[in-house]
Design a protein around this ligand. Structure first.
Ligand code: A3P
Length: 345
């Protein structure tokens, strides 16, 4: 009996792996037919209006076929370079504050990079050396999951689950600062051999205002979440990096309430929200060895170092890199694209 069960289970798992292989072949064929463009130190494909690393389109399509949502999933979404790392640290700390007390030596933020504590959904290779979506299944509930996917690319089963009971936190940023941050990030990508890429800022600006940036057009990404946050504020919390920087405690309190774990009066009196803000601040996180040393991931022939997620962490840094005229180019396009939406960035 046992031998027969073993044979059957081997047959099922071989069927599953054959199915996975078939899906992968179909996705690879689909991705290879998409329009491609080179820039930001990599090549990107245009998928459903968005410019995305082909590897991540692969990841997104895999999610569409295999992702199993849970009713209490929490999704942290963002345009790249808009404060994802910070949001991951904050949400993780807030959600887990009874399990991992602030101030204790064993707090996971002291030994693991925030990017590792909250995995991206569509980039399994960053977390698992390519062994599919099993790492998402293994996470305990409630799961904190991150994504740069626009809402329109969410797997349908995830969208339905969010409509029923899930929550999404979206963090957005002033586009000139996000652009400058992205430019630095792309310029820091080094090839496995050590050579850095050198895109120039003017051509990067042209690409950005044409809508060609990673997960761009930048404005469409923000607008999708913005509109949904207006129609379903209980499902989508739309936050701005600048607001969080200027009044961190107020926004951390809002965030905790939205996540379903509000700070108690006693916690507020004891200064817990302030302590969360301090632990997750740029100075605190960027000063930790765990965030300074080593590689975060390798994508194709590029290396992303853990320290690449921390540069300056200030509002308005664009003035140190762009002329006023360059800034106006972004302002003009944003004004035109956001017109009538009520969103001001
Ligand atoms: P700058 O390049 O302007 O410094 P992301 O995490 O989405 O990749 O965004 C990276 C940006 O957030 C970088 O901006 C980075 O320095 C900044 N950042 C990282 N950690 C932060 C924190 N704890 N507080 C504020 N900003 C932070």
């Amino acid at each position: 009996m046992a031998a027969q069960a073993k044979d059957e289970s081997a047959a099922i798992s071989s069927d599953e792996s054959q199915e996975q292989e078939d899906t992968s072949t179909i996705i690879t064929a689909l991705v290879s037919k998409l329009p491609t463009r080179q820039g930001w130190s990599q090549s990107y494909v245009l998928y459903n209006n968005y410019w995305i690393n082909p590897l991540f389109v692969h990841g997104i399509l895999r999610l569409h076929t295999t992702f199993k949502p849970r009713h209490d999933d929490i999704i942290l979404a963002s345009n790249p370079k808009c404060g994802t790392t910070w949001m991951k640290a904050l949400a993780f700390t807030i959600i887990n504050r009874s399990r991992y007390e602030l101030g204790n030596n064993d707090h996971p933020l002291l030994s693991r990079h925030p990017q590792e504590l909250v995995p991206f959904m569509e980039t399994p290779t960053c977390h698992t050396n390519g062994d599919g979506l099993n790492y998402l299944e293994a996470l305990p509930s409630p799961r904190l999951l991150a994504t740069h996917m626009p809402l329109s690319l969410f797997p349908p089963q995830l969208s339905s689950s969010i409509a029923a009971s899930g929550r999404v936190v979206y963090v957005c940023r002033e586009p000139k600062d996000a652009f400058v941050s992205r430019w630095h990030f792309a310029s820091k990508f080094r090839r496995c051999g050590g050579e850095h890429s050198t895109d120039n800022l003017e051509s990067a600006l042209d690409m950005f205002i044409q809508g060609f940036s990673p997960y761009g057009p930048f404005w469409d990404h923000c607008l999708e979440y913005w509109r949904q946050s207006i129609s379903s504020p209980e499902k989508i919390l739309f936050l701005k990096y600048e607001d969080m920087m200027s009044e961190p405690v107020k926004h951390i309190v809002r965030l905790a309430t939205f996540l379903g774990v509000p700070f108690s009066v006693k916690e507020e009196e004891d200064g817990v929200p302030k302590e969360v803000v301090r632990l997750c601040s740029f100075d605190s996180l960027s000063g930790m060895c765990v965030n300074q040393l080593g590689e975060f991931a390798r994508l194709q022939d590029k290396v992303i170092d853990k320290s690449d997620f921390f540069r300056k962490g200030v509002v308005g840094d664009w003035v140190n890199h762009m002329s006023e005229e360059m800034g106006r180019k972004i302002d003009r396009v944003m004004e035109e694209k956001l017109k009538g939406s009520g969103l001001v960035l």
